[in-house]
Design a protein around this ligand. Structure first.
Ligand code: NDP
Ligand code: 8X3
Length: 252
């Protein structure tokens, strides 16, 4: 029977790239995100191209009750999840702490931390019952250090770093693998979302250097997943060659 990967935030960027790569590897997919038309397009393309089964879940990871409902009401066969990719996440704004918008802070904390927890609670309980599984948590260089005006986004990714370590401990008795994948700058919709649709400001983030692309991160995730069962990659930090840390990029 084909393995199953559940990917949150599968409608664009890193999540979408993972959907392609895992379908290519013969995984059936559960794709979760809010923008149904994008999930539909991706699901259609992948099931056609790779003859895999794809289930779409249109949901907001911040909605605890609905997340419980949509996951718990999946047919039993779809609960045999082998790989969970906790990827749904975002940044909102880039302001110093005294000027930041507290609504932006709520959105980041609710999505990047609480949303990841809601999904993980349900799916890890299935993995515990199966005594197998692999959870991939998408952190960031922002979870390893703090950069100017990154305050709350960095705090949420530091929380992901802590939760990754905590899951590794809690799930150890059950043989479940847990991996953090921490990218530096990847050109996706991330900066367009951070700057609330301001595409020219978003473009400037990647001016004068070669950022990572979503495929680079999907390949790193696949590397971790495809190790032999006795090998757990705990943590990977992946940067563009032109980026030394959260705040230092060599531009032309
Ligand atoms: P994108 O904006 O391209 O993708 C983000 C994905 O998350 C989308 O599919 C979006 O889908 C989904 N998402 C956002 N909010 C929610 C929500 N409330 N409920 C369900 N899904 C949600 O950005 P990336 O691919 O770059 O981001 C993916 C992850 O990578 C994030 O966790 C981000 O923090 C992390 N990251 C990104 C880096 C970068 O430089 N790009 C670097 C380091 C980490 P939809 O809008 O349809 O719900
Ligand atoms: C997203 C990339 O540069 O904002 O995690 O930390 S960055």
């Amino acid at each position: 029977m084909a393995k199953i990967a559940l990917i949150t935030g599968a409608s664009s960027g890193i999540g979408e790239a993972c959907a392609h790569l895992f379908a290519q590897q013969g995984f059936n997919l559960i794709l979760l995100g809010r923008r149904e038309h994008l999930l539909e397009k991706i699901a259609h393309h992948l099931s056609d191209k790779y003859a895999v089964e794809v289930k779409k879940i249109q949901a907001d990871v911040r909605d605890k009750e609905n997340i419980n409902y949509v996951l718990e009401t999946l047919p039993a066969i779809w609960k045999n999840v082998d790989v969970l990719i906790n990827n749904a996440g975002l940044s909102q704004g880039l302001e110093p702490i005294d000027k930041g918008d507290s609504d932006d802070w709520d959105i980041m904390i609710d999505t990047n931390v609480k949303g990841l927890l809601y999904v993980s609670k349900v799916v890890s309980s299935w993995m515990v019952a199966q005594k197998k599984g692999h959870i991939i948590n998408i952190g960031s260089i922002a979870g390893k250090e703090v950069y100017p005006n990154g305050n709350v986004y960095c705090a949420t990714k530091h929380a992901v770093d802590a939760l990754n370590k905590a899951m590794r401990i809690d799930l150890l008795p059950h043989g479940i693998r847990v991996t953090a994948i921490n990218p530096g700058a990847v050109e996706t919709e991330f900066s367009i979302v951070r700057f609330k649709g301001d595409e020219s400001r978003a473009k400037k983030v990647y001016d004068g250097f070669e950022p990572l692309i979503a495929q680079d991160i999907a390949e790193a995730i696949w590397f971790a997943v495809s190790r032999p069962a006795h090998v757990n990659i705990n943590d990977m930090l992946i940067m563009p060659t032109a980026q030394a840390n959260g705040n230092l990029i060599k531009r032309d």
